[in-house]
Design a protein around this ligand. Structure first.
Ligand code: SAM
Length: 406
């Protein structure tokens, strides 16, 4: 649903003369909303910057019923379907009043083409004659682009994006964004999505060879988009973009923490390959979870990630995390701190026990501590190969290509 006043706001920003379409996108099937009509559509408002803009006309395939009704002839030999087109016109245009193959157009009509053009069409096999002798044009179905796309879109459903689902609440199907980019840009053009969320526009832009800029205020979006692109387009895609605005040194990490402890936690969780918590508070020190396969039967192991951005550090954080690992029936725990871990924390971690990976036989610390500075220098915790975060939600996507080494 798009509130109607948004249209008024956008008219004042983009100028009402640049408004092109209000597109109704039916995102879901029938809904059973209590006490009102089922709400299953979104509105897409299409504006251009000026009256000069890229427009690639799009088409949808003909419906079977329309083909059966209109393309009733089938060419012998080739089996090509065609419809018959009129070769006469109401208004004369040039030298169009002549007899052709013994026929003149009816009173008040003229040939729509010159004699030379009719001869050429005949030579090309594009003309046949009715039983009355009247020539008609053969319009082949396989040469028609389809039906010009209208402003009500019912052929792209959210369910078609189910395999794409990343758990981002407002995720759109990539086919929807591909359609919009195809119509309004060409390969090599730059696409900007200033609220890019989980990066559907960015993914569509990469698929269609557009250059792109994506902006989002939350760190999780940036992390998610990176993983999404890697998953969809392979490791080389990382060479094609730079990420701006995320901490690269301890100073920037501290600044992020001061600005938003929650965003800092999400960022720190991503540094160790985990999926951050959706909830800001109340999850007993669990800020994220990383997952990994424990055996060939796709059993999943869990690593609890806890982040401490504050200055007060002590062994109780390690002991708390060990308790959480146990109550959550997780296999391991990683504590990420802004400052360097104290001796007491290291001792507590050393006494936390070990985890033996059943498939590889590797032994990992049950709970370990690491610091932001350590991670920024490229040192990873001792962990099994983990699944790419976000993608785990969809079992269909659990492939070896999604593993990431930490
Ligand atoms: C509706 S979602 C976009 C979803 C996107 N279409 C997709 O399929 O992934 C809107 C996004 O805008 C971001 N956002 C909100 N306020 C913002 C701001 N001031 N600057 C940049 N991004 C912002 C939110 O974090 C959210 O990810």
């Amino acid at each position: 649903m798009t509130p109607p006043y948004l249209k008024i706001i956008l008219d004042s920003i983009f100028d009402i003369r640049n408004f092109r379409n209000e597109i109704t996108w039916q995102r879901a099937g029938a809904k059973n909303d209590p006490n009102r009509y089922g709400r299953g559509h979104d509105v897409i408002l299409f504006y251009t910057k000026s009256d000069k803009f890229t427009w690639n006309k799009l088409y949808t395939p003909f419906e079977d019923a329309s083909i059966a009704k209109n393309y009733t002839h089938v060419e012998e030999g080739t089996g090509r379907r065609y419809r018959r087109g009129d070769l006469t016109a109401a208004k004369p245009g040039g030298d169009v009043d002549f007899e052709w193959y013994g026929i003149r157009p009816y009173t008040g009509r003229h040939w729509a083409y010159s004699r030379e053009n009719l001869d050429r069409m005949y030579a090309d096999g594009r003309i046949e004659f009715r039983s009355t002798g009247m020539p008609v044009y053969k319009r082949y179905l396989d040469e028609q682009p389809g039906v010009p796309l209208q402003d009500v879109w019912t052929d792209i459903r959210l369910t078609s994006a189910s395999k794409e689902r990343l758990g981002y609440p407002t995720q759109k199907p990539v086919a929807l964004l591909e359609r919009i980019l195809q119509a309004s840009s060409n390969p090599g053009d730059v696409v900007l999505d200033p609220f890019c969320g989980c990066g559907t526009t960015v993914d569509a832009a990469v698929r269609l060879d557009r250059r792109w800029v994506g902006i989002d205020v939350t760190y999780i979006a940036i992390d998610l988009i990176k993983k999404r692109l890697l998953h969809a387009h392979g490791p080389d895609v990382e060479e094609t973009f730079v990420v701006e605005g995320i901490p690269r040194d301890l100073h920037a990490a501290q600044a992020l923490f001061e600005q938003s402890a929650f965003e800092f936690e999400r960022w720190a969780v991503s540094l160790v390959g985990g999926q951050p918590n959706e909830k800001q508070v109340g999850d007993k020190g669990v800020d994220g979870i990383a997952t990994f396969p424990t055996d060939a039967k796709k059993a999943i192991g869990k690593i609890v990630i806890s982040v401490k951005g504050g200055k007060n550090l002590g062994p109780q954080f390690v002991r708390d995390l060990l308790g959480t690992v146990e109550t959550r029936k997780a296999q391991m725990g990683v504590l990420v701190t802004m400052g360097l871990p104290t001796k007491g924390m290291l001792d507590a971690a050393n006494h936390s026990g070990t985890y033996l990976h059943p498939a590889t036989g590797h032994v990992f610390p049950r709970v370990q501590t690491t610091s932001v500075a350590h991670l920024l220098r490229g040192h990873k915790p001792e962990m099994p190969l983990t699944y790419l975060p976000y993608m785990v939600a969809s079992p269909a996507l659990q492939a070896a290509t999604q593993m990431t080494a930490f």
